[in-house]
Design a protein around this ligand. Sequence first.
Ligand code: NAD
Ligand code: MG
Length: 392
Amino acid sequence: MKQKITVLGSTGSIGTNTLDVVARHPEQYEIFALSAATQVDLMLSQCAQFKPQFAVMASAPHARQLAEKIKQSGLQTQVLQERDALEVIASHPDVDAVMGAIVGAAGLPPCLAAARAGKRLLLANKEALVVGGALFMDTVRRHGATLLPIDSEHSAIFQCLPEDSSTWAERVDSLLLTASGGPFRQRDPATLSEITPEQACSHPNFSMGRKISVDSATMMNKALEVIEARWLFDMSPEKIKVVIHPQQIVHSMVQFKDSSVLAQLGTPDMRVPIACGLAWPERIESGAPVLDFAKLAALTFEEADAHRFPGLHLSWQALRAPEGTTTVLNAANEVAVAAFLERRLSFDRIHAVNLQTLESVQPGAVSSLEDLMALDARARESAAAIAGRWAR
Ligand code: NAD
Ligand code: MG
């Protein structure tokens, strides 16, 4: 029996890489549904290639455009336009696995719907977990969903950890997340205010979406990943460490009580963790080139510079603060990054917006998705006002 897959965010960097892997194994996987925000023509060509039952566009005008073009081209795909369409395709009884590859907190409701429906959930959308925290993990556990990390660092850690998760607390000393350091690892910190969106989005090793590219440049991506690791592996924040590794060959490591360290290596190609998540515990061909050790130059490691990357430490700070603080941090960062990409805020002010929003928004109790989304909205409002004060 073929596995039926829903890809949330199919037109993005992770979405298109997922479809690339799926297309290599037509005997094993078929696409049940696809979703995107605004890229109608790419979605149309994906529908023509993968013939999903359903397609969803986040914006209503784009959904109407897609429906019209699908009709003209004679395809059978149905464009769902109801408000909860993403939740419908994430939790549909016919679906086996859901790839969460939407960027930002917008991906939380459909990922939670997949978890509630007990699906196999492949999670690239780290913001969903940063915002959802304990509630997200409780939902996964209560409904017997299988959560498989797609973020390359977390896929690496997942592969290095013992299979029996009840042994982790006892055996594991620390998780070592590797970070590329982004394009400004060696740039004079005094010049960070001059960085343009084009410079921030030109990552040395990966082609990624614009938001995560900026996050990699500020190292807020690693901050989000520390929080992601805390929830995925139920590790206390002190056991999670970050080390800079510019070559991105070692994707992350686990250090055990006896000082032994296991690492997962590979070429920097997201199809590796995607294929790993799709097939786990089996292994399938991913399309990524294999590592040629004879040609590898040195693998180097260094400490993250707290002065250059002040945002990194906000993760541990937020994890020690009351629940909901990571939701506030994520919302602030989404607002600040969007303002930077729209040239309304300078690069170095992204951290300032994050810090000030954390200081000005008190989370209160969060016990439902509605509470989280309300807190997210409140934090966005506050962050927008703070960013507005520094607008260029
Ligand atoms: P991207 O910007 O390339 O793609 C995002 C996708 O989500 C697109 O299909 C877009 O149409 C859709 N989308 C955007 N906003 C939406 C909204 N409000 N509602 C519904 N759909 C929306 O991003 P990406 O680089 O593919 O990253 C996706 C997620 O995966 C992010 O959370 C990112 O942190 C994570 N991730 C990405 C990489 C990578 O290499 N690109 C690596 C690890 C983790
Ligand atoms: Mg990552």
